[in-house]
Design a protein around this ligand. Structure first.
Ligand code: FAD
Ligand code: NAD
Length: 539
């Protein structure tokens, strides 16, 4: 008998019941043979032929019409509701359903607000607050431009009301819109699998069992809380909570020096908080290119108290008078602690094993290039599975899943090449492709060029002293390997470099073929490209 990768548990029990033992055994043997040939995570996912399009998938697609399933549809198992499609997670998962799905009976399940992390506690509120911080700091720094202006303060309560007044309304309207849709059923509650493509939503007497012919898991991720913080029993904030505070902290200690720390330290510093950032690595933003990490750490140290190369041992004190004890023997006293040390995918909260859905060691759901999990009929997308926990990636994966749900015989892949990212701090930071360290570690024959904003006319206008564009290219082909920008509007300036990397346009062609507006900040980009020392530059 076939033993699944999940131990004794049968891999697809309902299909097994519906189709009989032989076909499942055959499928299992094929998977075992594939695993022996090339072991690894990706092989835990059934091949395209096994999953869709092939004879096995056709048999499984037929499964709902088999007698066992039909009897369920007729209500042999009272309480079970069946749908053509069940989506767990109304963040990026909610974006799947459009007019193409109007012929299907769709269920959307969420235990929280529609719009998920991005709308309610992530990208959008943080960027709305960062813009306020940019304006406030712009006023503070305006003296260097010869403008006499004094910042009288940031009206936090008004800012918060404006930001969340708008976003809460968006979330509520998003849910109402779905509830009003004739083919969509909304379930509110925590969902976990009980068996293949079957979920229990909610708890206790109100719990509902639902089943999908196809299921999409878009359950996102949550902030990691390290043990010393959790065990202290003392209050702490995460990105989920801190943006909705009544007032900025007097002294905010931020544990972690990554994305969330860089953005929210900027927000609260601009709003009047004193800020201390604690990062276990030797620089802030340690995952960035070394030039960016070093430059940003220096800038941050001018504004905040920065403790790098040290980890938190324990939290003492009392609410509002926290004492963070660090492993270098020092302490930080603060009234508020923001925990910003990364996020955990929510795959561990859905009883994935009961549905035959495999997880990576880091908790992400295993998916193949078509976003298919190891369980037939179950897709995943976004933070719960992706190696790039970013909203534009979740959106792309949602588009791929939407297509693949409807076109089992013409699947499309998610391409994770040239994924850009931006840190919306002051100054902005953006990146695409490899860091210089990655180029070195991969032994690539690369060349690098750096152009400072202060070398271009627009940099003079900005009186910018810290911004730069760093580009890395393959010396022989001239193709870009990576790009890193720190400075005003870096998140926008990176885009031509993303386009070039995605479309295979070499650095010289990019610099010389299109016109670049003079005297715009983009000249720092075009000039960095022209500075590359390439073996065979195109004319
Ligand atoms: C502070 C912050 C700022 C960010 N800024 C940016 C940015 O500027 N740009 C960017 O690209 N990315 C940013 N991100 C990352 C981005 O928010 C995420 O990558 C993206 O929102 C993930 O989308 P998702 O659909 O995978 O998950 P989510 O949006 O988290 O959606 C998951 C949904 O599933 C629900 N759910 C989870 N488990 C269950 C369950 N068992 N049952 C029922 N419902 C469940 C949740 O309630 C949630 O609504 C930021 C993140 C944070 C925290
Ligand atoms: N602008 C954006 O796109 C944006 C903004 C915010 C968040 N995000 C997403 O959310 C994710 C989570 O953000 P984040 O800032 O929480 O994580 P992160 O991975 O960006 O940074 C976490 C930092 O905490 C440090 N760290 C870990 N444990 C620590 C400890 N015990 N003590 C001190 N330092 C510790 C790590 O070395 C790392 O530098 C990001 O990876 C990103 O995908 C994106």
């Amino acid at each position: 008998m076939y033993r699944s990768p999940y131990g004794e548990k049968e891999w697809f029990p309902d299909a097994r019941k519906a189709m009989g033992r032989n076909r499942l055994t055959e499928l299992g043997e094929q998977m075992e043979a594939a695993e022996k040939k090339a072991p690894g995570d990706s092989l835990a996912v059934p091949s395209a032929d096994q999953w869709t399009g092939g004879p096995h998938y056709e048999a499984l697609r037929g499964a709902p019409r088999c007698s066992a399933m039909v009897s369920r549809r007729r209500g042999t198992f009272p309480g079970m509701r069946t749908h053509d499609l069940v989506i767990v997670g109304a963040g990026s998962g909610n974006a799947i359903v459009d007019d193409r799905f109007s012929h299907l009976d769709v269920a959307i399940v969420d235990e929280g607000l529609f719009g998920g992390t991005c709308l309610n506690r992530g990208c959008i509120p943080s960027k709305m607050l960062v813009h306020v911080a940019d304006v406030a700091d712009g006023v503070r720094d305006s003296g260097s431009l010869g403008v006499e202006a004094t910042l009288r303060g940031v009206r936090w309560a008004d800012v918060r009301a404006r930001v969340f007044g708008r976003l809460d309304q968006e979330a509520a309207e998003g849910e109402e819109g779905r509830r009003g849709s004739p083919n969509v059923h909304v379930y509110k509650g925590h969902a976990r699998f009980t068996e293949a493509r079957t979920l229990l939503v909610g708890a206790g007497e109100g719990a509902v069992r639902i089943r999908g012919e196809q299921v999409v898991v878009a359950a996102g991720s949550r902030p990691t809380v390290p043990e010393p913080v959790a065990e202290s029993g003392l209050p702490y904030e995460t990105s989920d909570t801190i943006m909705r505070r009544d007032a900025p902290p007097r002294h905010l200690a931020v544990l972690g020096g990554g994305y969330v720390a860089a953005e929210l330290a900027h927000v609260f510093h601009a709003a009047g908080s004193r800020v201390t950032v604690i990062e276990q690595e030797d620089t802030l933003l340690p995952a960035q290119d070394e030039a960016v990490a070093a430059a940003y750490t220096e800038i941050a140290a001018d504004r905040y108290e920065v403790r790098t190369g040290t980890a938190l041992t324990r939290v003492e004190g009392a609410p509002g008078r926290l004492v963070l004890v660090l492993d270098d023997g020092t302490t930080v006293e603060a009234d508020t602690l923001l925990v910003a040390v990364g996020r955990i995918p929510n795959g561990d909260r859905i009883q994935a094993d009961r549905a035959g859905i495999a997880l990576h060691d880091d908790g992400r759901i295993v998916v193949d290039a078509f976003q298919r999990t190891t369980a037939i009929g179950v897709f995943a997308l976004g933070d719960v599975c992706t190696p790039f926990p970013l909203k534009h990636v979740a959106n792309r994966e949602a588009r791929v899943v939407a297509h693949n749900l409807l076109h089992a015989d013409d699947l499309v892949r998610t391409v994770h090449e040239a994924v850009p990212a931006a840190v919306f701090t002051r100054p902005q930071i953006a990146q695409v492709g490899r860091t210089e360290r990655e180029c070195r570690e991969e032994g690539l024959d690369y060349t690098v060029a750096v152009r400072r904003f202060s070398d271009s006319a627009y940099g003079w206008a900005l009186e910018d002293g810290t911004g730069f564009c760093k580009v890395l290219a393959d010396r022989r082909t001239g193709l870009l390997l990576g790009a890193h920008i720190m400075g005003p509007q870096a998140a926008t300036l990176i885009q031509p470099l993303v386009v070039a990397m995605s479309l295979g346009i070499d650095a010289t062609t990019l610099a010389r073929t299109p016109y670049w507006v003079h005297p715009a900040a983009t000249e720092a980009v075009s000039n960095a490209l022209l500075d590359l020392d390439l073996d065979s530059p195109t004319p």
